[in-house]
Write a protein that binds this ligand. Sequence first.
Ligand code: DGL
Length: 258
Amino acid sequence: MNNNQPIGVFDSGIGGTSIWKAIHQLLPNEQTIYLADSKNAPYGQKTKAEIIALSMKNTDYLLSLGCKLIVVACNTATTNAIKELREKYEVPFIGIEPAIKPAALHSKTQTIGILATQGTLNSELFNKTVEMYQETKIIEQIGHGLVQLIESGKINSPDMTQLLNDYLQPMIEANIDYLVLGCSHYPYLIPQIKNILPPHIQIIDSGEAVAKQTQHVLKEKVGLSNLEHSQTIFYTNTNPKVLDDILANRYQIVQKEF
Ligand code: DGL
């Protein structure tokens, strides 16, 4: 393994690019390879066994491209499969989980909202975290349909506005002061969410925390790149149009079966 090998990042689709952006910003010298498994999105309604199998398939592909560390840029895959991934492979994994802790610690109303996939909210890992914050009322909402709309390029659509209204109004009525975005696709909805939430409600996602953790593990265990110019390649197994749009047409995208 040499320090200039790439970091591999995968998600069920285009959402994990929100995490990739935070990593690329903090670690601009690192080479990165991003896998958008959009053909199999959404992961959120799949069984744990299916999510594990897809996560292993993505990992195998990233390892075949020589990745030195893998970022699971998907809450659903992390909460359902990271234990199995760490057991099977020697490469270090960084996962992403809903940021319950900072929200629960800072909430003044002791009521927080979380929007995430069914797979994340039903997972053992997520429920263990929730048990640690029994003083806080946690309002859980499955974001049915949101990932499908994002994957089909309909971020700014009346359907999206309708779904977000349906999911967020009950949280506003319950007096939340923090909303945790527990899916890496949802940061792309922040402008729309801000139009619905009163301004005192803070929105939290985990992108920066994942980037910092990636930096820490690279320093401690793997080694940082010393390249002056890094390269990123995005792979998708569907039509690249929506991915290209979300990346503002700035990066190389390769359409491939994996
Ligand atoms: N982006 C993913 C997450 O963070 C999964 C969305 C999905 O495929 O359902 O949970």
